[in-house]
Design a protein around this ligand. Structure first.
Ligand SMILES: Cc1cc2nc3c(=O)[nH]c(=O)nc-3n(C[C@H](O)[C@H](O)[C@H](O)COP(=O)(O)OP(=O)(O)OC[C@H]3O[C@@H](n4cnc5c(N)ncnc54)[C@H](O)[C@@H]3O)c2cc1C
Length: 420
């Protein structure tokens, strides 16, 4: 690979956003920590309801998972819907399934409503069977989804070859509710929309402490502080500590992506010509999509280590031999907060305070609807409409060890793949 490791999303985002650091003291209705989809969606909703909202971001908007992800706007979680019910209980599980089934609609509506320039494509996603056993898993998943009225259908290997331009897959589940976006541009567009509704946003403003004092939250930053009736911690896998308010340590999966230069029609006309976003059924999964400029973007589990970079380049030419020698122009990685049961949490962190985390790799549509719902709950005091029941505490045992396990497992699989 030639060239530096830089993010395609940073290079190609058509939306710009910049905000000054917080200086001085202010009293607000709602303080939000974290400028990703969760925090931004909450800010947009609360400001739209007329609340006085301030969002504080340690770096820049979209610095976390929201500016680094694959951009697949999915209608659900990693877990199939039956497993969601098994873990949460039938009523709570079906409630979450229903909320998430409608979540891509919320995302694409917001994009249209606020004119967010984030390359939205709503031609569905393909969940690709990497092996015959993957196809059986997809069949089971399809049954559960169709039982809930989802517009999903199984495509055979021939149709998948036509749609993807590679014959390496054994079939795929197509979900027409889903689609793709330029993820960083979506985050910046949400920030612009929230500011337009009157929310105040501050970048380069790390929250160093969040305390309860005199019936309010006091949120400390190097240049100033907020006195807030309500607090939302939306820091997920990129959380930096805010003592004495503590969030559980999360197991983290890293995910690596590379992008080719824009490819002309000669090379890439038949590669994902319909613009579907894809990921596969492999345990160490692979993602695949195009962007608006005609680049092919491939991702896999693992951080920015050489083993993953080498694997990703090999995988690209395995799938599309004619891309051998194609210039890789961008590569980047991000952190995914993974709960043990792959379900996100809304945790109460004190009176009038919540933290949201653990989307487990599915945070674009879920983050958008969770942020919105929590903003409503904080302003109304009504928790019934939340996508998941509020937990008072949460722990992820052996988080550090599990992080190591994920990275080592991905490395082993990617190094072994080089030998086959
Ligand atoms: C590589 C990758 C691929 C993914 N692919 C997909 C996908 O295709 N589809 C999908 O739905 N999901 C995907 N995800 C998951 C999704 O990106 C995340 O779940 C989602 O972005 C989480 O949004 P968030 O707002 O909760 O957190 P984040 O976007 O991570 O934002 C948290 C923010 O909090 C800030 N912060 C942390 N601590 C502090 C502090 N003390 N003070 C101030 N600010 C602070 C951070 O700087 C960060 O900007 C992927 C994630 C990654 C990393």
């Amino acid at each position: 690979m030639s060239g530096p490791l830089t993010s395609l999303w940073q290079a190609s985002a058509a939306e710009n956003f910049a905000a000054p650091a917080l200086q001085g003291e202010r009293s607000v209705d709602l303080a939000i920590v974290g400028g990703g989809y969760t925090g931004l969606s909450a800010a947009l909703e609360a400001a739209g309801q007329g609340a006085d909202v301030t969002l504080l971001e340690a770096e820049t908007v979209g610095h976390g998972g929201s500016g680094r992800n694959v951009g697949l706007v999915n209608a659900g979680l990693w877990l199939p819907p039956d497993a969601v019910c098994k873990t949460l209980g039938q009523a709570a599980g079906e409630h979450l399934n229903t909320v998430l089934a409608g979540a891509p609609e919320v995302v694409f509506d917001l994009i249209a409503q606020h004119g967010i320039a984030c390359e939205p494509v709503r031609n569905g996603t393909l969940h690709l069977a990497h092996a015959p056993k993957g196809l059986s898993q997809l069949r089971a998943r399809m049954g559960q989804m169709q039982a809930r009225g989802a517009p999903v259908r199984l495509l055979d290997a021939k149709e998948v070859t036509t749609r993807t331009g590679t014959d390496r897959f054994h079939g795929a589940l197509h979900d027409s509710r889903a689609g793709t976006i330029q993820p960083l541009a979506y985050a910046r567009g949400l920030a612009r929309a929230a500011a337009g509704q009157g929310a105040r946003l501050h970048e380069q403003t790390p929250v160093t402490a969040a305390t309860r004092h005199g019936g309010y939250w006091v949120v400390h930053t190097p240049g100033g502080k907020l006195r807030a009736k309500h607090l939302l911690m939306a820091t997920n896998a990129y959380h930096s500590p805010t003592p004495p308010t503590r969030l559980p340590e999360m197991p983290v999966v890293q995910f690596y992506q590379l992008a080719t230069e824009p490819l002309g029609d000669n090379l890439a006309r038949d590669i994902l010509a319909g613009g579907e976003g894809c990921w596969d059924t492999g345990l160490v999964m692979t993602s695949l999509r195009r962007d608006a400029a005609g680049r092919i973007i491939l991702g896999g589990m693992g951080g920015a280590a050489t083993a993953h970079a080498d694997w990703a380049e090999r995988k690209l030419t395995q799938l599309f031999p004619r891309l051998r020698g194609t210039e890789i122009s961008h590569a980047w990685a991000g952190r995914i907060a993974m709960t043990g049961d792959h379900l996100p949490r809304i945790q109460r962190i004190g009176q009038g305070g919540y933290a949201i985390y653990g989307y487990s790799g599915r945070g674009i549509a879920p983050g958008t609807v969770f942020g919105r719902a929590v903003a409503q709950a904080l302003l109304t005091g009504e928790e019934d409409g939340l996508p998941v029941p509020v937990v008072e505490a949460h722990r992820e045992p052996f988080a550090g060890l599990r992080t190591l396990y994920y990275e080592t497992g991905a490395k082993l699989v990617h190094v072994m793949a080089a030998r086959i």
